[in-house]
Ligand binder design. Structure first.
Ligand code: SOE
Length: 388
């Protein structure tokens, strides 16, 4: 019989919703997980909004102060869905109170903060996770399975993009509500921590540690009205970031991210080229993984020249990651399913420590790469990440 796990979610924005959907649905689609989720408390500063959200998503109660929530005896897991500058304080207090702790990405504002957070959860011995949800796109999980099966052979190149266009307008303010992502004091960084962190997490999951980076960033709009102070203030985030890197396995990487790519809402791609084959993924077609097989792992034979070509795998068969939990083959799942998958994996492996991550410790590695990227953009030099 699954045991109850009483969840407190801090924050009711975009991620509060994505995570709440996972809590509401994980037991329906993954009935084998050993916990039955109870949506115990929703915490948010605006009492009216918090109550409306709690009613919508079936939370038993609401609270306005996260300190009160982490101290409650009737909460087992604390989920942090608030701006990055609050992650450390909530996570460390929750861990010290013996709660399981999960947080939206990125782990922290800096490596120093992330290290303290890792120490807190590890000293308390509490299960922990960072919601790098794109690992759990079935097609990306399939790419991981194929890499682990040795289908790509020696890795040569990794490349990834994450392009958006929603911050181009010069009169868009910074700070407050969804726009905290433009405020360095709340976000820590711009596209590096917000978008590239996803790509770095996936890249290191698929291709191993990134050891050094060389980056360039730009802030295209230098000043924006700050919603909370009502004053025009310098913009401290990176609007765009490009970096090249080296992986510990000897392969080379190229990453690009911006919120100024007019026309792109979420062009998120990845490609890994190996000696025996390549995979590529595009979030616009999330059900597909493209595979080029140069040499068969099973037979060791090269694909006959006249049959060479990219294969589009429609990742909806029951043999594909997560898909036996959903519909019949051929039918698709969406963005929200990636959070359900992340939660299912976490619940399945949290107690017996078989959870494969990303844990806080894994996410600290991503934080180290992000920080090296921003450092390199400052120094104009290659910077070591300390990994690998
Ligand atoms: C930013 O626009 C954002 O919402 C990120 O914060 C999310 O992490 C990403 O998945 C989509 O884009």
């Amino acid at each position: 019989m699954p045991r109850p796990l009483r969840v407190a979610v801090i924050g009711y924005g975009f991620m509060g919703k994505a995570h709440s959907n996972a809590y509401a649905n994980v037991n329906h689609y993954f009935p084998e997980v050993p916990f039955r989720i109870e949506r115990q408390v929703l915490c948010g500063r605006d009492a009216t909004k918090a109550q409306a959200f709690a009613d919508d998503w079936g939370y038993a109660g609401v609270a306005s102060d996260w300190r009160e929530v982490v101290a409650r005896d009737d909460v087992d897991l604390v989920d942090i869905c608030v701006p990055n500058n609050l992650h450390e304080a909530i996570a460390t207090a929750a861990a010290e109170a013996g709660k399981w702790v999960v947080t939206e990405k990125p782990l922290a504002m800096s490596v120093a903060e992330g290290e303290r957070m890792v120490a807190a959860v590890e000293q308390a011995g509490v299960p922990n996770m960072v919601w790098y949800n794109y690992r759990r796109v079935p097609a990306i999980s399939l790419a991981k399975a194929m890499v682990d099966e040795g289908r790509l052979g020696r890795a040569y190149h990794y490349r990834a993009q994450f392009l958006q266009d929603w911050t181009i307008a010069e009169d868009l303010p910074q700070g407050g509500a969804a726009l905290w992502r433009l405020d360095a004091a709340a976000a820590g960084s711009g596209v590096t921590g917000d978008l590239l962190a996803h790509n770095i997490d996936t890249a290191m999951w698929l291709n191993g540690p990134i050891t050094r980076v060389m980056a360039e960033t730009e802030t295209f709009v230098k000043e924006r009205l700050h919603q909370e102070t009502g004053k025009v203030a310098p913009v401290g985030i990176d609007d765009a970031c490009l970096f090249m890197c080296r992986f510990a396995n000897g392969s080379l990487g190229l990453f690009e991210s911006t919120r100024y790519a007019r026309g792109h809402k979420a062009l998120k791609t990845l490609e890994l080229n190996g000696a025996d084959g390549s995979v590529r993924f595009d979030l616009h077609d999330p059900q597909y993984l493209d595979f080029f097989e140069y040499r068969s792992k099973e037979t060791g034979d090269k694909t006959a020249g006249h049959l060479n070509g990219w294969r589009r795998i429609h990742v909806t068969n029951h043999e594909h990651p997560y898909m036996s939990h959903w519909w019949v083959p051929g039918l698709t799942v969406g963005y929200e399913a990636t959070f359900v998958h992340a939660l299912a994996d976490f619940l399945a492996g949290a107690e017996d420590k078989t959870f494969k991550g990303p844990t806080f410790r894994d996410a600290l590695d991503t934080q180290k790469v992000c920080e090296a990227v921003l450092r390199s953009a400052e120094t104009g030099k290659w910077e070591a990440t300390g990994l690998g």
